[in-house]
Design a protein. Structure first.
Length: 465
């Protein structure tokens, strides 16, 4: 099969665009069909707002479990990109084989460990007595599809990193279209409510998973899944590199869980559920920003990793400049849309005018600093792409630390609604430090790579894979 993109020779500007656009669209479609769930749930007669609050509580827990896909997918795919840049196909095959078996094992362990803890966990994360039944039904149904969810997302990274960005996009779109079709059937026609929404999502993930695995097991793909070369050393290196994006995604959802808990506690019996519903809608809009943004920075990691592996640092620097520009342009557009058209997005979820007014204010607060956030994403993902998790992980933790501090401090002085200001505070202070670190160290790292011999050039975490 002819590759869609030559990572080492195609013109950088067009290469970045051809890979970033499908990855961005794939993530946009992915978040779109997750939002469609919430839109349909919010419009269930009589119980829509409460059901939406319930799904909002379990949503970040579901996403945090799903972040295990990125632990392996984004942990293994940069390693594989670097090996492909070095023309070491055998090593690339071993990385893919170990990544596949790791995802299979992790998905089964997560199901066994998490499902029995459903009720106490959801209560701790912000579910009230009213919303808990909705949270539990959605969560348990969704968790039964964990293997398909993790394999479809995690293994899709290995499709993209071999230069098949369009194939990666098609796998996501297949699941999205199927989910959009099944949602109203299961929720309204079969009268399954939130359980139907989760069931539709699981079936859609099965379809995406099948598409990805058929492609990666096929004979036409350059590096295909095999059942050999298993090694705990390789798995440890995949986990070491993947821990940074995994921690970023997991902590993002821990922050959402913390926000829901604070809103429920500070809002009290009268306003707690309403504020959690408001936060759920805001989080849905923020996903429209952050998921496609992650598609741009995560999808283009393969360009950086491949050329770093080939020691062509000129192409690494040039590609990253284009990625920075694309991130800034995307987040700038999203900022304008959130402030001018946010109310129309909110009305998709609810017709309650008080809730709409509350949510419009929260959306504008949370999107105040999305442009610096776009720069933060590329700095962190750029360091990860070349194996430098010693930089990406602390920078990510720094921003999360600022967010957590703001979440708990601001309501103490300014009330429950001040929680929403934690987002712009962290989106300004976090990127400020990341930019400083990037300017000091990235040029030195690339110069060292240029001068090193092929063996010496390997980052310690990547040697002998």
């Amino acid at each position: 099969m002819k590759r869609e993109n030559d990572l080492g020779r195609d013109k950088i500007s067009s290469l970045v665009f051809r890979i970033a656009l499908p990855s961005m669209l794939a993530q946009f479609v992915s978040v779109f069909y997750s939002i469609v769930d919430r839109i349909y749930i919010g419009n269930i007669p009589d119980t829509g707002d409460i059901a939406l609050a319930g799904v909002g509580v379990c949503g970040p827990v579901v996403t945090m479990v799903g972040s295990a896909a990125f632990l392996i997918g984004i942990g293994g795919s940069p390693l594989m990109s670097i090996r492909l840049g070095e023309k070491n196909i055998k090593a690339a095959e071993r990385i893919l084989a170990n990544s596949f078996i790791s995802l299979c094992v992790i998905s089964l362990v997560l199901m066994a460990a998490v499902i029995p803890l459903t009720s106490p966990m959801l209560r701790a994360f912000g579910a009230s007595e009213i919303t808990l039944p909705y949270s539990s039904r959605y969560f348990i149904t969704y968790m039964l599809g964990t293997p398909f969810a993790l394999l479809s997302v995690g293994m899709n990274q290995f499709v993209i990193c071999q230069g098949y960005a369009k194939k990666g996009m098609k796998s996501v779109m297949l699941g999205a279209v199927l989910n959009i079709i099944l949602d109203p059937i299961f929720i309204f026609v079969f009268d399954m409510g939130v359980t139907g929404a989760a069931a539709a999502t699981v079936i859609s993930q099965v379809a995406s998973c099948a598409y990805v695995l058929v492609f990666l097991f096929g004979k036409k793909v350059p590096v295909r899944i095999t059942f050999s070369g298993y090694s705990f050393k390789i798995i440890r290196k995949i986990l070491a590199l993947g821990f940074s994006p995994f921690a970023i995604i997991a902590l993002d959802n821990v922050m959402i869980i913390a926000m829901n808990s604070v809103l429920q506690r500070c809002g009290g019996p009268q306003q707690g559920d309403m504020l959690v519903t408001c936060a759920t809608i805001v989080q849905s809009l923020m996903l429209v920003v952050t998921m496609p943004l992650g598609g741009i920075t995560g999808g283009t990691q393969t360009i950086l990793g491949y050329n770093y592996g080939a020691r062509d640092t000129r192409r690494v620097k040039k590609a990253q400049n284009y990625i920075f520009a694309m991130c800034a342009a995307f987040t700038g557009v999203m900022f304008i849309l959130a402030w001018t058209c946010g109310v129309y997005f909110i009305r998709l979820f609810t017709s309650d005018e008080n809730l709409i007014s509350e949510t419009v204010k929260a959306v504008r607060i949370c999107t105040l600093a999305v442009v610096p956030l776009g720069i933060q994403y590329e700095i962190v993902d750029g360091f990860t792409a070349i194996g430098k998790v010693g930089f990406s992980l602390p920078l990510s933790f720094w921003r999360k630390g600022v967010y957590f501090t703001a979440i708990f401090l601001l309501p103490m002085f300014f009330g429950a609604r001040a929680v929403f200001y934690a987002e712009p505070v962290s989106d300004i202070i976090g990127p400020a430090v990341s930019v400083l670190v990037y300017l000091i160290f990235m040029k030195k790292i690339l110069k060292k790579r240029e001068k090193a011999s092929p063996v010496e050039a390997e980052p310690p975490a990547l040697q002998r894979v």
